[in-house]
Design a protein around this ligand. Structure first.
Ligand code: GLA
Ligand code: GLA
Length: 658
């Protein structure tokens, strides 16, 4: 199987989305000159070029793309070539309105923006396949081609009649019989029983709360329907170029695609990352996305898009202060990225993204943004050979799962304040702030490599995943599990006792009497800390130790934190410091060490291969004591005993060689 290694070949790929069709061709020469100056060795082309290539049904205008790819090849710049199927041309919607999506209200989603296709539309799929076929045939042997980029951020949802038929076929293969479907969806409730398959609809607008099991299946279906679009195009390009790796770019922590399942279908796992420059936890968020994508890729991965400066889709779009682009870029590399790319190369002058930054901003080559890009490019060239292809290892895994996420977002739950993604980020932050390296894993996967496994929250857990957690602890593993976990099975049916019986036994819980969610801003007193968001009226069975109890209020004296051997259960959300302390203590007991002891606050240390990356997320300089003698690959300076990091400063340290 081809991999990122085949494209990177001992370098870090550096570049971005390049949309030269937005510019007169005279500008292209200037582009490649500046790309060379910035150390750009890879650009992503063709992402939104459908109407340029196929201006009317069946036409093919490849001349401009021929000239562009030839120009790139002549300058040694590789092309991540996209199938332009994310934005069908206006003619398609005009000629075939059935290719356009419909919302859950039945309203038509028109062309005039992008991503306006129904994933279930056979007409859309036919046009997309025909164009992909011709694109792949034409450029299979082009020397610029290094990676295939299929579509872009698959994210469309559709509730149209075509989708309804496709959904029914998907349900037919999942359940075989209507009885099985009625049972799984619990349709005895509110007279929802289906008598024929034809009655079943996607969960459209309804009078009151919809069937949650139907909604869960529709989310599974939509991820699968989009994946069919992806694999159809992937199979076409792979037939022409079996040696060229294929990817599609994920949105970060995006609920619409089960990224574990999708990653198995990709040669390269790539993601678009846009932390907010003003978010005090932006560095940790960037680290979390890196850990997640590296885990999905099981090795080196690709930043397909990041922003050199501001984006244009927040309410207020802040630029990155000097140094922040470099810090977050090198952080991604430290955490396993072998490709670092931006949206986009040259900032657009027209269209909806003219205020979105580019590597080459409106300020041009004298602008600060471009100067910083040049510096990053030069530094990646310095460290590329040492870094590319090397591994990042971790003793801890955070379990993360789309089914559990989907089941947690439904209406009619105990508290709409509980956010699955915020819990995942909060628990990851506890480890990140303790300097402990982390991976993500899927419930039911092999956990034997980890000393410690964290479950921030998995409301839905299948039987195999529950058995796996029990076996992991029996085998000596340390498990820390957050509240409201193991509550429903894979059909979203409540487990008797309010929590899976095997898990209750694992943690020493006799009865889960009630869930007691907390109001926004409310806290509950516990031994040594304050709990937030949630609490539980649980009765221990006497086999576990109460590490911390609730104090005062209705739950006075009941366990907030329970421990039975190496299985820990946390029935509230401790404040950040307390969670960090708890996770740090349990990790130490499990033999998990931070990468470096005694780091100043805000400084992150990551080991990748033989290198030690130090990253200062703080706004003031910091001094880091070092356990040995190193050399900073970025400066060539010796770092004996300690190293000074400026604001947002980075050091990439290698061992001193004799
Ligand atoms: C209403 C309805 C019931 C039930 C309750 C829940 O009273 O009539 O069927 O849904 O709300 O509070
Ligand atoms: C996404 C898209 C890009 C661009 C950026 C802007 O990541 O893939 O085409 O719109 O957002 O941030």
């Amino acid at each position: 199987m081809p991999s990122l290694h085949d494209a990177a070949r001992g370098r870090i790929l550096f570049g971005g989305d390049y949309n030269p069709e937005q510019w007169p061709e005279e500008v292209w020469a200037d582009d490649v000159r500046l790309m060379e100056e910035a150390g750009v060795n890879s650009v992503t082309v063709g992402v939104f070029s459908w109407a340029m290539i196929e201006p009317r049904p069946g036409a093919r205008e490849f001349g401009w793309l021929d000239r562009l790819l030839d120009l790139l090849a002549a300058h040694g710049i590789g092309a991540v070539l996209a199938t332009p199927t994310a934005s069908p041309p206006p003619w398609m919607g005009a000629l075939h309105p059935e290719t356009l999506p419909r919302t859950e209200d039945g309203a038509l989603v028109n062309y005039g923006s992008r991503q306006h296709f129904c994933p279930s539309s056979p007409v859309y799929r036919r046009y997309a396949a025909a164009l992909t076929e011709d694109l792949a045939a034409r450029y299979a042997d082009h020397p610029a081609l290094t990676v295939w980029h299929i579509n872009n951020e698959y994210c469309t949802h559709c509730w149209c009649d075509e989708t309804a038929g496709h959904f029914r076929r998907w349900l037919g293969s999942r359940y075989t019989t209507l009885d099985a479907l009625n049972d799984a969806w619990g349709t005895a409730f509110w007279s929802q029983r289906y008598d024929t398959w034809a009655e079943i609809l996607p969960p459209r607008r309804a009078q009151y709360m919809r069937n949650p099991a139907q909604e869960l299946d529709f989310k599974r279906f939509t991820s699968d329907a989009l994946m069919e679009c992806y694999t159809a195009e992937r199979d076409i390009v792979a037939r022409h170029t079996p040696h060229i790796p294929v990817t599609t770019n994920f949105m970060p922590l995006w609920s619409g695609q089960d990224a574990w399942a999708w990653a198995e279908q990709e040669d390269i796992v790539s993601v678009d990352v846009y932390p907010d420059p003003t978010d005090p936890h932006g560095g940790q968020y960037n680290a979390m996305l890196a850990d997640m994508t590296r885990s999905q890729a099981r090795g080196p991965w690709m930043v397909m898009e990041q922003a050199a400066g501001p984006v244009n889709w927040r309410d207020v779009n802040h630029p990155k202060p000097a140094g922040l682009n470099r810090l977050w870029s090198l952080q991604a590399v430290a955490r396993g990225a072998d490709a670092l790319c931006y949206f986009q190369w040259r900032q657009s002058r027209q269209g909806a993204e003219k205020f979105h930054s580019g590597m080459l901003s409106h300020a041009g080559e004298e602008g600060r943004t471009f100067r910083e890009v040049k510096r990053i490019g030069a530094e990646l060239a310095l460290i590329g050979a040492e870094v590319s292809g090397t591994e990042v290892t971790a003793d801890v895994a955070v379990l993360h799962d789309w089914d559990a996420w989907w089941s947690s977002t439904q209406q009619g739950r105990p508290s709409s304040l509980v956010s699955y993604t915020e819990l995942v980020q909060t628990w990851h932050r506890g480890l990140w702030e303790s300097g402990i390296s982390t991976e993500f894993a899927r419930p039911g996967g092999d956990l034997s490599a980890y000393r410690m496994v964290l479950v921030p929250q998995l409301q839905l857990l299948g039987d195999a995943a529950v058995d796996d957690l029990v076996a992991y602890v029996r085998g000596g593993g340390t498990l820390v599990c957050g509240f409201f976990t193991g509550v429903v099975d894979t059909d979203d049916r409540i487990r008797p006792g309010g929590m899976d019986a095997r898990l209750r036994e694992l943690f020493g819980i006799r009865t889960m009497h009630e869930w007691w969610p907390l109001d926004a801003g409310a806290t509950v007193e516990c031994d040594g800390f304050e709990g937030t968001l949630w609490s539980e009226e649980l009765e221990p069975d006497g086999s576990a130790e109460t590490v911390a109890a609730y104090r005062g209020g209705e739950l006075d004296g009941l366990p907030a934190v329970l421990r039975k051997g190496t299985a820990w259960y946390v029935s509230t959300l401790p404040g950040p410091e307390a969670l960090r302390g708890l996770l740090g203590r349990v990790a130490a007991d499990a033999g998990v060490r931070p990468v470096l002891e005694g780091l100043p606050p805000g400084v992150e240390a990551v080991r990748r291969g033989a290198l030690l990356f130090l990253l200062n997320h703080g706004r003031s300089p910091a001094t880091v004591e070092l356990p040995g003698r190193y050399v900073d690959l970025l400066t060539g300076d010796a770092a004996d005993g300690g190293v000074e990091l400026e604001r947002y400063g980075v050091a990439v340290l290698g061992d001193v060689r004799s």
